[in-house]
Ligand binder design. Structure first.
Ligand SMILES: *Cc1c(COP(=O)(O)O)cnc(C)c1O
Length: 469
């Protein structure tokens, strides 16, 4: 009986002559369609061996078309962040502002004066582009933009401290995430790490005792990023370190990580150190990420003394760590929002931080009403706590609101939200106390419609009362 069914399967050459196959060939080419049909036939043979009947030629073609579609589907796709973590590294950190997106698209579409001086008609430097705005915003003597903050720290240490010593407090030997560990980066740069103080308490005299002007290249301060130092603790202020450094001619480098340009205290959060403050306190160089609280594209910003920045720019690693034209365009547009005092309205990260809980509550209520009209009734509007993320403000929370979905299998529902039918946008939720939560603070308002479509599809896919996972 199996043999009979197997014989019913058409040859690839027959399938290739069907009109639907011709349409596929016009789109994907003969070779790829032939390959996809072979795969469809192979799958059909296996299904027949385990008892199925032979599929129709139409079915085989549809399977081949599906195979071609999946093979061509992009791997990197937009998602809706309903997790309540604003700067979510796994979800691509800061969403770009409309201005930044346009600026990047404009230079991406054609040529630009990336390294071309339009006044002289001669070779220019890509380093001038965002630097002017960074200097204007922060008062830095000069600035350099590299691939990310990890690259910034690596370049600073490689160019200024290779084969020499860098003093750092034991409380700041942090792992930032994704395996980025400060001690590893120091080793990689060829700088010698000199740990001072203890895990919980480090004083300026600990630095003074370890400092040897002949060997010491830098004093490095690193933001704790994602943990809180509390209890019986002490660290010297940046001013104290700068005073010590100046006494011996040793520059102080401040790795701020997130590096805000705005004061987070105006939103009821703790104070996140700003780039301007570090420079004003006398840091010779400050490093920060472009896509954390700055709210721009992935980049590493190095700001500070012109003479040191010039040395970094000349270092061979600078070439390996440089950024492309779209990054520079998006960064410039982001910085312009700050210069014009429009960061809170224009930059998604700041709009999310500044959103009023009452506004969020009303939005979640609208979600609930729409779903209710579609027949989804088991939802609740609940207060939650969102976080800033991105290695800034650890332990700090922002009051928020979420739609809570009751489900016999929250894991399964969360999976359906992550993997909606083709063409729909995946939604990243979080599970808390058996509920699937969709936090409004991190969902871009223009994504509300798409969120509800994915939600509705996922909820209609989970039969009520199904407890299996
Ligand atoms: C995030 C962070 C880094 C790494 O920055 P990337 O832009 O992710 O490379 C380095 N140092 C600190 C303190 C950070 O918080």
């Amino acid at each position: 009986m199996n043999a009979e069914e197997l014989r019913k399967l058409p040859a690839v050459s027959r399938l290739l002559e069907l009109p639907e196959a011709r349409a596929l060939i016009a789109q994907h080419g003969h070779t790829r369609v032939t390959e996809a049909l072979r795969i469809a036939l192979h799958a059909a043979r296996q299904a027949i061996r385990s008892g199925d009947v032979a599929p129709s030629p139409d079915r085989l073609l549809a399977n081949a078309a599906q195979h071609l579609f999946v093979a061509l589907a992009p791997s990197l796709v937009p998602v809706i962040n309903a997790s309540g973590v604003i700067i979510h590294t796994n979800l691509g950190r800061a969403p770009l502002s409309e201005r930044a997106r346009h600026a990047a698209a404009r230079v991406a579409a054609g040529y630009c004066n990336l390294e071309y001086d339009l006044t002289t008609g001669e070779r220019g430097s890509r380093y001038v582009h965002a630097a002017r705005l960074l200097k204007q915003l922060t008062g830095a003597e000069d600035a350099l933009v590299v691939n990310n903050n990890a690259a910034a720290v690596l370049l600073v240490l490689s160019a200024l401290a290779r084969d020499r010593e860098v003093l750092i407090s034991r409380s700041q030997l942090v792992e930032i995430g994704g395996g980025f560990r400060i001690p590893d980066v120091m080793r990689q740069s060829g700088a010698r790490l000199v740990e001072v103080g203890t895990t919980n308490r480090t004083y300026v005299h600990d630095y003074a005792e370890a400092l040897h002007p002949a060997n010491t290249a830098l004093i490095l301060r690193v933001h704790h990023s994602n943990f809180i130092l509390s209890g019986f603790v002490h660290e010297p202020s940046l001013q104290e370190l700068v005073a010590l450094g100046e006494e011996h001619g040793i520059p102080v480098v401040d790795d701020l990580g997130s590096g805000s340009l705005l004061d987070t205290q105006q939103f009821g959060l703790a104070h996140e150190p700003t780039i301007q403050e570090s420079l004003a306190a006398g840091a010779a160089l400050v490093t920060a990420s472009g896509d954390k609280l700055l709210g721009g594209p992935q980049a590493g910003l190095i700001l500070g003394k012109a003479e040191l920045i010039a040395r970094l720019r000349r270092h061979p690693l600078a070439r390996a760590l440089r950024v492309d034209k779209t990054t520079l365009a998006a960064l410039e547009a982001t910085l312009r929002s700050y210069l014009e005092g429009r960061a809170l309205e224009e930059l998604p990260v700041w709009r999310m931080i500044a959103a009023q809980p009452e506004t969020l509550r009303r939005r979640v209520q609208r979600w609930q009403r729409r779903l209710h009209a579609w027949g989804v009734k088991n939802t609740t509007v609940i207060p939650t706590q969102a976080t800033v993320g991105g290695g800034s403000l650890p332990g700090q929370q922002l009051p928020s609101w979420a739609l809570a979905l009751a489900s016999p299998s929250p894991d399964r529902l969360a999976r359906h939200l992550r993997q909606p039918p083709q063409g729909r946008t995946p939604v990243i939720a979080r599970i808390e106390e058996g509920y699937v939560l969709l936090d409004a603070r991190t969902v871009l308002p223009e994504q509300d419609g798409e969120l509800l479509v994915t939600l509705h599809l996922a909820l209609s896919d989970v039969p009520p009362g199904s407890g299996t996972n």
